[in-house]
Design a protein around this ligand. Sequence first.
Ligand SMILES: [Zn+2]
Length: 303
Amino acid sequence: MRSDAGCKRSCPILRSPHSGDITRHARRRYHTGMTAPLIDIGINLTHDSFDADRPEVLARARASGLVHLVITGASLDGSEQALALARSDPAFLSATAGIHPHYASELTSATHARLLAVLDQPDVKAAGECGLDYFRDYSPRADQRRAFEWQVERAIERQRPLFLHQRDAHGDFLAVLKAAGPLPPAVAHCFTGSRAEAEDYLALGLHIGITGWICDERRGQHLLEVVRNIPADRLMIETDGPYLLPRTLHPKPASRRNEPAFLPEVARVVAAARGEPAATIALTSTQTATRFFRLDLPSVPAD
Ligand SMILES: [Zn+2]
């Protein structure tokens, strides 16, 4: 899996994720500063760093107010594994199916059908992770573009939401999307770019996913301004765990591994930057994610 980093405390929960008046609960802050409901739209839960304690990770996610996780599929094997995990608890988990630009060379005419077989399953809610990554260049750029274009075309044909990755490739990335024609709902996940890049994406109709990069005082400060200008109905949040542990977490977990239970910290920092209560961003980002991924979550109030 990726190693570029981007892209334990447990707390007694005051309610179960599937009961009670979630709107009322969403408006309160828990004693640990947690907010609910939350959806982690990007978690690399198939990563081997979760192999030893995945059930505990999921239990801590629920206890932190998460109502759903979208497991990122980033390779052929990874997408199949993400689907298998999603099927183990479809009310709480979904998957995406795609080939990350690092693995672009995996996608050939011999493997197209294998990826589509995963993409077409109902527990898979988006095509991707796909895109361009010229920061690492693990796959040749020509392969990256070919794999990206092919996945965008398939998503358009199927009208599946797109889960997009871009690093140091803004111009080419935008060009591929514009050339593809009218897009289904699409999210630029783990957005780390400039205000101008965010404006380009918003103008194209994209959603934007914000991770704990915004909690990084060394390289994420500009995002504090960027998030102020993202409409609530285009803004979603994610951990991108096990990468990108929020640097503002106190106390710092003994492990450097990020996990969904730390999503409230991303919500807190995004909310502070926007001058909103954390409960507001929790609720609006969850409503946006529910709509975007077409999730069936009776516990999430419609807006
Ligand atoms: Zn990514």
